[in-house]
Design a protein around this ligand. Structure first.
Ligand code: ADP
Ligand code: MG
Length: 339
């Protein structure tokens, strides 16, 4: 055995980056979430070669003030939380302060950003965690991040990247989910120069379903709005005849975040049970609004899973919500959300 020693910061960052940045898709996810947290109403995502050589995310959000641009790239630096108790009230997508540091540790990154109060924006170039340039630049309000040659300095990781077509299909899937969950935002997605998705951002959930799943699906969705106690769900659920052969059309968002959760998925499926054939699964886009203190989002670095404080309550809530949508009596008891 070798002597025990503390790793240097660069090595620590590269190792830690592995948890947040797995693939081009996770880079796009983190950057679009930052755009949303910055209050953007439009986000443009462009990738080339599945995102392995080039990813660009542009937003019209609040930008980063010049004197904070370097800090944004430090590990565990965030403007979204200052103490652990803040997690109980958090409504932002990010809070771990890891994404920019992680991405910059394993790729060549260039960011231009400008707040509305600044005359000139800032350009910063970082490769492998090292700041190469930081200077003033003329640009519009908002932020653009370009990420090139992902894992150029982590050959072991680069080897595990799939074919560009496969990586880009993961990114497309993510863009579809974002469009479904956020009809209030306009997303533009360009893959190898071709415009793949362009949503209007007019807030119409059915229009988002139309963009992503097509006309037939959009027409076969029923609106749902149900609230009870601390929970409120809105969205669209597919008529039974729309059901599909896999769970890929089950879309759950919790306070705006796409989440995979087996409790919710079984509650919804159980409510559909008598209406669809065995082996078929419902199509839905459901947005759960819940007090952040009732759901722990800090379970996994990529934040794809949550833990509910009370699983049974959540199961019953979703089962009742779907059942009552089917029985045509959409009850909306007074929501308790603001207490
Ligand atoms: P987190 O999102 O968890 O705070 P990140 O590493 O993703 O951590 O970002 C660090 C900080 O940089 C954020 O807290 C935010 O203040 C700032 N930031 C990142 N991206 C943007 C953006 N697109 N617009 C404005 N500010 C941003
Ligand atoms: Mg973030």
């Amino acid at each position: 055995m070798q002597k025990i020693q503390l790793l240097d910061q660069k090595t620590i960052n590269k190792i830690a980056a592995g948890e947040v940045v797995e693939s081009p898709k996770s880079v796009v996810k983190e950057l679009t979430e930052n755009a949303m947290d910055a209050g953007a109403s439009t986000v443009t995502v462009e990738i080339r070669e599945g995102g392995t050589s080039y990813i660009r995310v542009t937003d019209n959000g609040c930008g980063i003030p010049k004197d904070q641009v370097k800090e944004a790239f430090l590990r565990h630096s965030t403007s979204k939380l200052s103490q652990i108790e803040d997690l109980e009230h958090i409504f932002t997508m990010g809070f771990r302060g890891e994404a920019l540091a992680s991405i910059a540790a394993v790729a060549q990154v260039e960011m231009t950003t400008k707040t509305k109060d600044e005359e000139m924006g800032t350009l910063i170039q970082i490769s492998g965690g090292e700041v190469k340039t930081i200077q003033d630049v003329a640009c519009t309000e908002g932020t653009t991040v370009v990420v090139q040659n992902l894992f150029y300095n982590v050959p072991a990781r680069r080897k595990f990247l799939k074919k560009p077509a496969t990586e880009s299909s993961y990114v497309s899937d993510l863009m579809n989910k974002l469009a479904l969950g956020h009809p209030e935002m306009s997303f533009c997605y360009i893959n190898n120069g071709a415009s793949i998705l362009h949503t209007s951002g007019n807030g119409d959930g059915r229009a988002s379903v139309f963009y992503v799943y097509g006309k037939e699906a959009a027409n076969a969705m029923m609106e749902i709005s149900y609230a009870k106690g601390d929970y409120r769900v809105t969205g669209l659920i597919g008529k039974p005849e729309l059901s599909r052969g896999n769970r890929n059309y089950e879309n759950l968002f919790i306070n705006g975040r796409f989440i995979k959760n087996s409790i919710v998925s079984s509650a919804v499926e159980d409510a559909y049970k008598t209406r669809i054939m065995i082996g078929k699964f419902p199509v839905y886009v459901l947005n759960l609004e819940v007090d952040p203190s009732l759901v722990d989002v800090n379970v996994h670095p990529a934040k794809l899973e949550v833990r509910f404080k009370n699983d049974d309550e959540v199961y019953d809530f979703f089962y009742d919500a779907i059942s009552s949508a089917f029985s045509g009596q959409v009850l909306i008891p007074r929501a308790n959300l603001e207490k």
